[in-house]
Design a protein around this ligand. Structure first.
Ligand code: ADP
Ligand code: MG
Length: 388
């Protein structure tokens, strides 16, 4: 957790006036990978790591942003849009500001000072935490209220238009609407979520960061999207009414799978199966059957590895090692893939053993160690009133 009082004081010292504080969390996805941009279901939870933004309004239309993580201050003018896709971290902040204004949320200038303990590029969505916390801060100090779903959509729009990543809406949705002690079953087409209690008395959610991120992730990501669209086009010739892979049931897919070329068939099999697994995992979670959630997580990983081909040696190593630890219910890669983190359901009293097994195996095979975090399910974006 970020120390709020220290951030407040740092703002006052630097800018000479008091700030309001806003926060948004990172997230980990329990199951439902590469389903969001196919109109399907995901089951993430907000984690207890966050980005906190201290903010105060300015009289002009300039937004000045300092990231304490980067030790850098950048600025933009709300009336003079900068070039998108500059490859700067400012793209996320300027992107969300522009998206909010294009959605009718008129903003004023502001000074922002931010600090995050969500590791960047670890698959825990530091980018959504940044977009959503900065978007909430900018709207709030401009005297505007934003609906959390609108805020999430503005964050996604920032990724599409300003950053150049065609991401689905999962990350921003859970950053905006996460709920303490709950996972969210999000219907990414309806933009609606059901909060499902996550009982961590005996089992914890453990995240293991591979510390690798392979270069091909952006290009492969866009290629997967195109392959899914091709699948929809071919399947809809037999199944009128299919608009997205979300509309295809497992039975329908099996009936028409032979009509699809090999690669597209495997991509679609992942998405259709993953939607079904996500709904099954949500049902299992509702009845407190974590064993079943764990089994589904493992099948999700195998499908992402073999059919969707977005895993990598490091993620496979961590997931497979976790499967071999006594008592672990399940483990899988989480996030877009090609690096980032795994998520596992681990007995609380076997955490040390789990961490040791992953660290030893990874150190031996890769020459460095993964970082293991345990996180409870945290809340979504909000103004921070108390510094406790
Ligand atoms: P992920 O969202 O999985 O962490 P991304 O590549 O989508 O990975 O987003 C990481 C990028 O977001 C960083 O490279 C940086 O540009 C930006 N970012 C995230 N948090 C911060 C921060 N606290 N300060 C500055 N930039 C940040
Ligand atoms: Mg991201």
């Amino acid at each position: 957790m970020i120390e709020r009082g220290a951030l407040r004081r740092a703002f006052e010292e630097r800018y000479g006036r008091p700030a309001r504080l806003f926060r948004a969390p990172g997230r980990v996805n329990l199951i439902g990978e590469h389903t969001d941009y196919n109109g399907g279901f995901v089951l993430p939870m907000a984690i207890d790591r966050e980005t906190v933004v201290a903010a105060a309004p300015r009289a002009d239309r300039t937004v000045r942003v300092r990231s304490l993580n980067r030790g850098e201050e950048l600025a933009f003018d709300l009336d003079r849009p900068g070039e998108p896709r500059r490859g700067l971290w400012l793209d996320y902040v300027e992107g969300v500001a522009r998206a909010l204004e294009s959605r009718g949320v008129r903003l004023g200038g502001a000074d922002l000072l931010l600090l995050s303990d969500v590791p960047a590029g670890a698959g825990l969505s530091s980018s959504a935490a940044l977009e959503v916390s900065a978007g909430l801060a900018l709207a709030s100090v401009s005297g505007r209220r934003v609906d959390p779903v609108e805020l999430a959509l503005a964050g996604q729009q920032a990724e599409h238009a300003y950053v150049g990543t065609l991401s689905g809406v999962m990350d921003q949705f859970v950053a905006a609407l996460g709920r303490e002690g709950h996972a969210l079953l999000i219907d990414c087409r309806a933009l609606a979520a059901e909060a499902i209690p996550l009982d961590t008395t005996n089992f914890v959610v453990a995240i293991a960061d591979t510390h690798v991120r392979h270069e091909l992730s952006a290009s492969e990501y866009n290629r997967r999207r195109a392959e899914c669209e091709e699948g929809v086009r071919l399947l809809s010739e037999h199944l009128p009414g299919v608009r997205e892979l979300r509309d295809v049931s497992v039975e329908e897919f099996e009936r028409f799978a032979a009509c699809l070329p090999g690669t597209v068939r495997r991509r679609c099999r992942h998405v259709v199966g993953e939607n079904a697994r996500t709904l099954a995992a949500a049902a299992a979670l509702r009845r407190g059957d974590l064993e079943e959630v764990g089994r589904l997580m493992r099948r999700s990983h195998e499908s992402l590895r073999d059919d969707y081909e977005v895993s990598c040696a490091e993620l496979d190593l961590l997931a497979e090692t976790a499967w071999g630890v006594r008592g672990v219910l399940g483990s899988r890669m989480t996030g877009g893939g090609f690096g980032g983190s795994t998520v596992s359901l681990v007995p609380r009293d076997r955490l040390t053993e789990f961490e040791r097994a992953l660290t030893e195996e990874y150190q031996q095979r890769k020459g460095f160690t993964p970082t293991v975090y345990v996180s409870e399910a945290g809340g979504g974006a909000e103004e921070v009133i108390s510094d406790e």
